[in-house]
Ligand binder design. Sequence first.
Ligand code: ZN
Length: 665
Amino acid sequence: MKSLWRDSDAAPYINDPLLARVYSSRLLGKAPNLVLHGGGNTSVKSSIINIFAEEEEILYVKGSGWDLATIEAPGFAPVRLDTLKRLASLDDLSDAQMVSEQRAAMIDPAAPTPSVEAILHALIFYKYVDHTHADAVVTLTNIKDGERVIRNLYGDRILVIPYVMPGFILAKKIHELTIDVNWENIDGMVLLHHGVFSFANDAKTSYENMIEIVTKAEDYIEKNRHKSVSSSNTLPTITAINALMLAEIRKLVSDMAGKAMLAALDNSASNLEFVNQKNVAEISCRGPLTPDHVIRTKRIPVILDDNVKQAIQNYGDEYKNYFSQFAQQHHQCLDTAPRWATWPHNGTISFGASISDTNIVADIVNHTINSIQNAEQLGGWQALPAKDIFDIEYWELEQAKLRKSKNTNSFQGQVALVTGAASGIGKACVEKLQALGAAVIALDISESITTMFNQGHLQKTDILGLVCDVTSDVEINNAIEQGIAAYGGLDFVVSNAGTFPHSSTIADMSSDLWNNSINTNLTSHQKLLSATIPYLELGINPSVLMVGSKNVPAPGPGASAYSVAKAGLTQLARVAALELANKKIRVNIIHPNAVFDTAIWTNEILEKRAAHYDLSVQEYKSNNLLKVEVSSADVADLVCTILGPSFSKTTGAQVAIDGGNERVI
Ligand code: ZN
């Protein structure tokens, strides 16, 4: 592990204790093998002159809700040091009392709630305190004989602390263990099954102590583990994505969780190596890397086999047993669904109500399986007993973190597929569906689809833009497979792709013009529907929306190739509504008209058309009974309403969105 400290970068901050604290906290936060997703915390002790012109010692400690990677000065809660130290001398303090006393001791009531480790930070003699859950150190404490390995590796300058619950109990323990300690003689503490502390009187030394402690553990692992698992102990890998079974798994997990869940597949080489080990069930069910992961991942994964239904059912039953074994009266059982899975031949799966949740789970899983692999080669993976994990999973302070992130968007956990998604109505539908919490597979023939929805991130985002020619079965199937691998299933299809061929009378019709329109505006929708039905059958409140046209009820001369295709599409949707009703898949149609904020309608064309009817552009745009303009966003609102619960008892319906048209009415 390399130190990221640069004297030149730190120079502007180094004379301000809090700014120096921000600088080195961010260095820790940048390293995922030190801290993951809000894990770890840091502090600095400093003094202020209060309103009575007295000097007061203050502990600036990471506030909850802030991430070390991006923390700023206001992310540190300023708490009176003296109060924190006095709290440590109490015999007993409930977590709720501790949080309340810590908040009451802040000099700024608007600051974030101090970390649950604030008292512990206060007890440490040094000015700067850094705390991480470094993979390498925690891995060593999670092997058989880990404590002895740690003591031998670090010698006397590192204090070793046996596992106790974080919060007041841990602070109390450290208080007792350090009463007679000469702080000058120690550089850090290793907390078994939890993490590591480093400290010093300046930010740089404290940070670099952390790097040194972690590097020692990494070197030890590198030197002592054997190379990769021998192939005789592993199963072969299947290269094709088993999308249909993944959708079934996601459906079973969602049903068990009582809400729609995404299921993200990771079939990278290292994850496949892990799930294909013949002893995968045994090694992955001993427990998590650190107890605080449990609120994201549950204690253990579901171990899938050929009978996924039975495996998930068993997981739920075992979770209920675990709950009743350890629960006290005031505990309420959480949903019994797993948050990750090992799936032989296929990879690992992360479950979550949103893509940010599945990303967090996936990160934790990747760090965990790497640690398990290492630990297995160093004497054997040995996590904390289930009781200790339960205490964290049902700890009020951890549950409060989850409640804070609860999202109540109506399409949370659901997956939509939109075609023709790079412009106009399609693009507006993607944006609206995303705003309502859905993950969206956005297909378009234009290359721009892969970058237009801000997809420059390394991590998966809630819109997957894929280039797809919807007239090709092969391309449709590939796109669906990729979409299912990313999100686990499919609930909504917005079949929108289309072209508007130039005007031609039947007498002048070229067969190319006719065939192209029928192919794109009709046959491609049939192909998409046929390909998606097996997934919709496994969907959650599944619903299909076909984008028709005013031309269906009110055709115009010169547009037969378009009108016939859209009329055929309408009939296709009506038959689909009949065929799919017994599977609870709804199919509805909208007929938009005169939606001008799309790529084909330039100002120039608009002016020409308006002039043709002797109207101003504004009059032309709102040339309907209600005299209103219909925008792509208006259409997207209607699409989402029809897909959603308001239309849960409607199928086979046709809804116009045209500002009112006397020919249609
Ligand atoms: Zn910790």
